[in-house]
Design a protein around this ligand. Sequence first.
Ligand SMILES: [Ca+2]
Ligand SMILES: [Ca+2]
Length: 445
Amino acid sequence: MRESRVDEHTKELTLAMKNFPYSILPVLFIVFCSKSYGEFVTLSSVTGTFDQGAPYTVDSSIDGIANGSDGGWGVFGGQTSNQSAVYTASAPLTASEISFTLIQTWGSGHHIQEFKISTTTDPVPSVGGTWTPIEATSLRSTGGPVLADIGGNAIRATGTTGAAYAIYQVVGLGTFAGVTGFLLEVIPYDSGLGANLGASANGNFVLTEFQVTTDESINRAFGANVTTSGPTWGGLPAFRLTDGRTDATTHPTGPGGVPPSVTDVGFYYEIDLGETFVLSQVELVPRQDGCCPERLSDYTIQVLDENQASVWSGDFRTDFSNPGQATETILGSEGVGTFAGRYVRIVNRNGADYNPQLNEMLVRGQSSERPVRITSFFMDPAIGEGSITFDAITGAAYSVFGSFDLANWVNIDDFIVAESDEVEFDFFDQELVGARQRYYYVEKN
Ligand SMILES: [Ca+2]
Ligand SMILES: [Ca+2]
């Protein structure tokens, strides 16, 4: 299912590139203006069918504040019937994957039980508009509730009572073009306390934040399994690295820890992304309470393949500096190898105590099944020169082929190494000189 959809997408992209007739050349063509591809979607407004009033208004679900006690969308008084929120994007978006994160940190089980998310291309999104439900390809959660696809594009959270927080991540695959808004429908469910929207004792929920990201910006580490090479400090479990919260810490035992002293050199946390992704960046969120920032210093980031062989690595802050409380961003161009894999490690390089200390580790990337994406293309038959710009995997090699008839292909270059996640390949092609029509395609070696 997933592969066939991607293949259709490939075909579409490839043909879009190949079919420039000679008659409209030479001009600079932008096929897809999409370095916006993979984005943090800004939600400009939201309207709800009901809210219980300040500070539990629907617009506090997009105010950027993830602390539950500061508000969120609450529906007390309307918690026994369907309620909806319509989120409008600040600009239409195009994507092949969209990820929705529902942060619910009010506590005491104030999380949504059953819901559905849809997209629209209507010029002005509204509850009564035309909506297409998201078909979830990945459902993850932290804090206790477990998400399940119950059919009819509905998702249900069950399995816990009185959770202190609940964060959901719903990823949908499709061909999204010109999406202007999102509909969150919350549906009553009876878990034993009567049919209510929320899982709390009074049937309410508080949606602290509703966030949308696409493609290469999606955090694939959220809710992912974390293992370590040794014990972490008591009460500071390793899963805090991927629980979606940035307010709680994990670090190794260090001297004086339990069990007895360990030398921390080589200590690592390892995140299993579940499958191979082409990575765009890794983000490290340090401890936020002001204590001991030196514990995030002189570390290695490693990417490993399905067989846990290292395919990319980089050493950071080898001068013993630290980022303080600021998020640290690691790019593929800052290490050596191919920035794509299933496992990501952070490793202590020098044995410093309690190192590495983190509140969260995010690994952003896109499906490894994604085809090469051409973002701009230019050719000039008068002089035989052309240029192709495409999204790439840092460290991977690509080939470019040319053809007159889409049947016989000639290799133009068979080893173009991507030094970053975008390649501009400028070429001279003798066959292009004076040609009426010429086709090109790019593939990963
Ligand atoms: Ca908020
Ligand atoms: Ca965390």
